[in-house]
Design a protein around this ligand. Structure first.
Ligand code: 6GU
Length: 399
């Protein structure tokens, strides 16, 4: 991956020479280029800021050095990068950076970071940049840093460690801390009893020493629940729905399910399409057409107490052997917005055979909510779909 970062404190980013990210740079897995914004200011004092129009505290970064610096970055495009990077502007007013943002950005061949300082950057730089590349303002959380550099350190580390080959042990890549929507359990190493400097003996929980794997697994799960409830109660809701999917009855659809599936399709699509958009196919299909679809796809059904509440279908792409197609991701309207769609998507992805390299799906170009879900899951739009008004999305299987 190619990464450019523009800052008035380029030395701040020297930390990216250290540890796994530094090693990845030396091995050529990450081509990180740091630029000094002041190199693009041409007065004697190399001025990059000025007072705000309309008054107010502090200084504003000037448009001209930024446009020149970003032009310099754009001009360095090569055969591996694509025409332009995704430009990330760290700032407390941005979308929240999360593991799924990292996963999404790890798919891009080229990222550029613009580190603001002072009160921020002249708004016209955002307009200018958006005409040339995708621009995203991204925040680490609800607090204020003095500039974007520390945020870039965090984001480059979170993104970089997802790139193939950067973290040696692939198992470490499973997001330990958020797997299944729960925080990690406590961990211990030798000695079994540690005497601290006050002479207090602190033993490892007995269950971990007994060799009873079932008891260990149960204890760890309870610890994860307790810890999540104490520290991150907001996560329990998500975890509950992921486990909700596990609690649903799962089956593969047969012709006998066609009528119910037809009803689910109509219920799901009716809110998304205007009458003029019935070319979508799915809402217009009758039970015979749905049954026909069952012969070309494997359709997975999820029921709660007998009621069909969600479904997704999968198949190997008939024209591209190593591509896994995922379609008709549906959750009954009254259960939408609880993470079930994401869980169904994960289920469909997990069904892909070992030789699959690419996951693929298609949706309406105007379906903002679905596009957000898919992008969060690491998918990127790869082009227009076969049906007008739709787009195809895909992501590499790993990452
Ligand atoms: Cl990404 N940048 C700055 N300057 N402050 C922040 C932030 C980012 N995230 C939280 N506070």
């Amino acid at each position: 991956m190619r990464i450019d970062a523009v800052s008035i404190f380029p030395e701040y980013l020297d930390a990216l020479d250290i540890s796994l990210i530094g090693k990845a740079r030396r091995e050529g897995l990450i081509d990180l280029r740091v630029h000094d914004l002041r190199d693009f200011a041409h007065d004697r004092h190399r001025t990059v800021d000025d007072t705000p129009y309309g008054g107010g505290a502090g200084m504003v970064m000037k448009a001209q050095p930024w446009s020149e610096a970003l032009t310099h970055v754009l001009d360095s495009a090569d055969g591996t990068t694509g025409a332009a990077p995704v430009l990330i502007v760290p700032g407390p007013g941005g979308e929240r950076f999360s593991q799924s943002t990292a996963r999404e950005l790890a798919q891009a061949p080229w990222l550029a970071f613009a580190c603001g300082r002072y009160e921020g950057i002249d708004e016209r730089v955002y307009e200018w940049a958006a005409e040339r590349m995708e621009v995203r303002v991204v925040s680490l959380g609800d607090y204020v840093l003095n500039g974007g550099e520390v945020a870039v350190l965090a984001m480059v580390e979170a993104i970089g460690r997802l790139l193939p080959g950067v973290v040696g042990n692939a198992e470490s890549l499973v997001e330990e801390s958020h797997e299944g929507g729960l925080l990690e359990y406590p961990i211990y190493t030798k000695p079994a009893v540690w005497s601290d400097a006050d002479g207090i003996e602190r033993p490892v929980p007995q269950v971990l020493l007994g060799g009873n794997h079932g008891a260990v697994a149960q204890w760890r799960h309870e610890q994860r629940l307790a810890r999540t409830a104490a520290r991150r109660p907001d996560l329990l809701h998500v975890a509950a729905t992921t486990q909700e999917l596990a609690g649903l009855d799962h089956s593969v659809a047969t012709r006998a399910d066609a009528a119910e599936l037809t009803v689910l399709q109509k219920a799901c699509w009716i809110e998304m399409v205007t009458p003029a958009e019935l070319w979508w196919g799915a809402p217009a299909e009758d039970a015979a057409a749905v049954a026909e679809g069952l012969t070309h796809w494997t359709t997975h059904l999820f029921r709660s107490e007998g009621r069909l509440v969600g479904s997704v279908r999968v198949r190997r792409d008939p024209h591209r052997e190593t591509t896994w197609q995922i379609g008709r991701l549906m959750v009954v309207p009254d259960l939408q917005g609880r993470g079930l769609g994401r869980a169904l998507l994960a289920h469909a992805e997990a069904l892909a055979p070992a030789d699959i390299t690419t996951l693929w799906l298609n949706t309406g170009a105007d379906q903002a909510r679905l596009l957000r879900l898919y992008k969060k899951a690491g998918y990127a739009v790869v082009g227009p779909g076969e049906n007008a008004g739709t787009v195809d999305l895909s992501r590499p299987r790993r990452g």
